[in-house]
Structures are given as C-alpha cells and as structure tokens.
Design a protein around this ligand. Structure first.
Ligand code: A2R
Length: 314
C-alpha cells in the first residue's frame, strides 16, 4: 500500500508515519514545504516530496510520482489564535489547499482513498443537551480555524457525491502526545514543569481555566485510528474519534505536577481565561468503534509521562 501524508512535518504527521512504517505493507511519501523531514529517524524511510498545497502543479507532480492508494490529508494551518489573527490565510490554506488536492486527483484520474483530518472544533458551541457529541450534532464553529475544518468536511462530502472521490472524514477530539507544540495545554504545562526542574523558570505555573473538561486521546492511538479508518472505514462517512470520556484540565495539571519532584505553585492568570469556553466536551464514537473495532489503548497517565519526558529531553 502506497500512502501519501500531507503535513508530514506536523505533530500528527510524524506519528502517523511512525505507525505506518511499523507495518512493512506500507510505503510512505510525505509532502512538506521544507526540503527536509523534521524527524531525523524518518529520513531514510519516507520519500519526501516538496510541495505547497496552494500550488496545484506541484501536487500533480507528487501524485503522478507516488501513485497513492491512500492520501492522509493532514496539512493545514492548525493554530486557532493564528486563525483569528489572519482568517483569510487559514481559510485559503485549509480550504483551497484541499480543493487543489481533490482537483489534482481528478485531473490525473486517480482513485485513492482520501482520509481527511478534521477536528472536533467544528461542533463549537455545544449545548449540554448535545452531549455526548455524535456525527449528527449540529456544527456551530466559533473560530475561523473551525470554520475552515467544517468547510473541509463539507467539501469532502460534496466531492464524494459529485465526483465519486473516495473520501473519509475524520473528526478527531483532542489528541496529545510527545512532540506537540506548547501552544496546546498538556504540552504547555509539561514544558513549564521541565523548565522549572532545570531551574530556568521560577517554580510557579500560570494557568487559565482548569475546570474545563475535554475528551483526550493519545496521538499514537489517534494515528492508529487514522489507519484503521483507511483499512476498515466506509467511504463517504464522517467519523468522530475520541476517548468518549472526559478529564478536567486540572487533572492534567495535577497529574503532571505529581510526576515531578519539584514543589510547584499554581497561580491563575486572568489573561489565560477564555470566558466563552464550553465547559464540557465529550464524544460519542460508536459509529467508528462499530466499523473498525478501534479503542484507545494508552492510559492518559502514560501519555502525560511521555510528554513530560519529551520536554525534559529538549
Ligand atoms: O507550516 P509547515 O511548513 O511546517 O507545514 C505545515 C503543513 N502545511 C502545509 N503543507 C503544504 N502546503 C501548505 N500550504 C501547508 N500549510 C501547512 O501542515 C505542518 O507541517 C502541517 C500541519 O501540522 P500541525 O500544525 O502540527 O498540525 P497537526 O497537529 O499535526 O494536525 C494535523 C491535522 C490538521 O489538519 C488539523 O487541522 C487536524 O489534524 O486536526
């Protein structure tokens, strides 16, 4: 099986490549804008192709060359604050990038399975009575990134219906793990703990809303789900992927603090409070479970230990 991963140099892309390459039946091409793979250990094993999703002729070259059976479409502008700062750029990259990819596939008359990495952010402002969130829950995106992901989801459906593209739409809930940017909460806390342990920061953590409850999955379980979607998923379908349980941000913080020998104070920083936060988000993933048999396997305590060890090593 020949797989292309767009966004190979991103957080999920590296883990997905690791997972695919653990099975000798996959060969992996990666698309990136840079001329080198971010993860050194992948350099011998992934065929890197330099291409920008916003340049259709570059995509044609990649597809002609790789002749993929599966495209895992991960490349995106994935940062929510950046999407507020420059909504046009986020919509341009995420929506037009995906349209370019689809049109390239059609132009070359290829017929790969296309797995779209979406986001639970598309559900946005969920009401308590909407919980747990299943695929029929209304989309109420509340930031430009979420709008771009909702549009990617709709376009994948439309191109499946109109052009028979074999798309599968994934709607992953929060996923965390080693190598994630510290723009995300678990990595942000772990990075601070590691700095405090090295004496680079005073032993005080400044935190936002700790009461919010979210549905977290280890990224390594998440990429296993992406591959199961490709091998066992139903074309044309949208799937939620999550743990179907919640933990609070406070639990994440307390677990990380419990993994450190340092005495660390916690202070609330009003600047980090997001008043519009939805208090609780939890998924219903029964459709994906029924179709693929997937269940997360890595306990979150283990995930947090691995994240902290990763920051200690950087
Ligand atoms: O910014 P770069 O050059 O490192 O590349 C990013 C890449 N990317 C692009 N690649 C080709 N052409 C473009 N126009 C383009 N724009 C962005 O996508 C980056 O390496 C990758 C996204 O990685 P992360 O931001 O780390 O996202 P993550 O967490 O891996 O999420 C993967 C997917 C995204 O579509 C999310 O929206 C979804 O999962 O939940």
């Amino acid at each position: 099986m020949r797989a292309i991963i767009t966004g190979i140099n991103g957080f999920v892309g590296g883990h997905l490549a690791d997972h695919l390459l653990s099975d000798s039946s996959w060969s992996v091409w990666g698309i990136a804008r840079q001329s080198t793979l971010a993860l050194a250990h992948l350099r011998e094993r992934v065929s890197l192709v330099i291409a920008d999703l916003e340049h259709p002729s570059e995509l044609d070259d990649v597809l002609r060359h790789a002749q993929p059976d599966v495209i895992f479409h991960l490349a995106a502008q994935s940062n929510v604050p950046r999407s507020f700062a420059d909504p046009q750029q986020t919509l341009q990259t995420n929506i037009n990038g995906q349209i370019n990819l689809f049109q390239s596939v059609l132009r070359l008359k290829q017929n790969p399975l296309i797995v779209i990495a979406g986001s639970q952010e598309i559900y946005g402002q969920v009401r308590p009575e909407d919980l747990p969130i299943d695929e029929a829950t209304p989309l109420r995106p509340v930031n430009p990134y979420a709008v771009s992901k909702a549009t990617q989801d709709l376009l994948a459906f439309q191109f499946h219906i109109s052009h028979h593209l074999r798309t599968i739409r994934l709607r992953p809930f929060n996923h965390i793990g080693p190598r994630q940017s510290d723009a995300f909460v678990a990595a942000a806390f772990a990075a601070q703990v590691a700095k405090i342990e090295r004496g680079e920061q005073e032993p005080v953590m400044r935190v936002g809303n700790l009461a919010a409850e979210r549905d977290f999955t280890d990224v390594r379980d998440m990429v296993r789900a992406y591959v199961l979607a490709a091998t066992h998923g139903q074309v044309g379908t949208a799937y939620n992927i999550g743990s179907e349980r919640t933990v609070s941000i406070r639990w994440i913080l307390d677990t990380l603090l419990g993994l450190s020998a340092c005495e660390i104070q916690v202070e609330t920083d009003p600047a980090r409070m997001r008043p519009a936060d939805v208090p609780r988000v939890v998924s219903n993933c029964s459709l994906f479970r029924d179709h693929t048999g997937w269940r997360p396997q890595i306990p979150l305590e283990q995930t947090l230990r691995d994240i902290l060890d990763d920051w200690r090593a950087t």
